[in-house]
Design a protein around this ligand. Sequence first.
Ligand code: PLP
Length: 399
Amino acid sequence: MSALYGTYARSELSFERGEGMRLFDQHGREYLDFHSGVAVNALGHGDPHLVTALKAAADKVWHTANTFTIPEQERLGQRLVEATFADAVFFTNSGAEALECAIKTARHYFWAKGQENRFEIIAFTGSFHGRTLGTIAAGGNPDYLQGFGPAAPGFKHAKPGDLESVKALITPETCAILIEPVQGEGGVTAMSSEFMQGLRALCDEHDMLLILDEVQCGFGRTGRFFAYEWSGITPDIVAVAKAIGGGFPLGACLAKGEVAASMVPGTHGSTYGGNPLATAVGNAVLDRILAPGFLNRVNEMGQRLTWHLQQLAQKYPDHILELRGKGLLTGIKIATPVRDMVTRLRDDHQLLAMSAGDNVLRLLPPLIVTEADIEEAIAKISAAFEAIDAEAATPAAAS
Ligand SMILES: *Cc1c(COP(=O)(O)O)cnc(C)c1O
């Protein structure tokens, strides 16, 4: 019996070693990683540059409070500002905390302008923003809210892709729109450029802020630094986490200067957020992702993955109902239960993949994936489809 909370349906599988795209279990068995610890291991496992950065940081001061200057945090903040739309950054330990900061920043911006009644945020069905009391209310998934008391007030939910459903929810209390440019956990649904542009226009028209949750789709995953860049818009606030630390717990809330201006001493804080160890690793991750050619290569691999998935869908039309996603955040809506498929791929074919909502098989390899890795993953998925068909033809073999 485990001493841990039973909050996860855990496999007994445990990994001892990782190298690039590969993980090795306690029996030395090799797995191809198209899971990336939920989009976290953007540079795969054991990246030498990251390992060196963490070891060097371990020899220095591990932690100081945010009431002191933390040089690595200053540097990471400055680099993020230079690379993006943002003028100001708040560091957190996780995605949910980055969203909490984003929500607080938006509400406080209007409060400071004397519009304290503007606290309502329009979010979307099928979204996921984390597991804190605030972010489960923002996500609106009834399964995650049930049993935890009244949902935190101030969130309404429109339909992704449906601008009219957003317009219908706008009131004098609305302060912001919150959306994942590519919904991850909800089913790997990529928003169209037109829809993102429509949201930006609505925000401009009604003096609302546009908050993007790029915790999963940001930091290079779609082939651009941020997924919103594909639509040519500029957001007001962006929450990031996951890939930003490459495996070290780190998140951030990025904002325009004017929007973040009211967040003065006393308004927000975090004990660990952006501590020396975390931001040393964050800087090393950024070295790699901003290196010339890196994102172009991710973009190219995203296109290769899409192409191979299209071939697969043609070959297995009975198994593949729909292809979704953007870049290296891809989803395959399949005909058989996705959880069984994830288990089968893992146990029989040594491919680590994920499930997402709407019975979608989610593939999100580290950004260092090669076309040979993609071909190997496709071969493993093909083999799984073949095995399912063989078992259906001879039912006795399935047991
Ligand atoms: C994972 C995720 C979060 C929450 O991040 P945590 O680090 O688990 O708190 C929020 N938004 C999106 C889109 C995510 O994928």
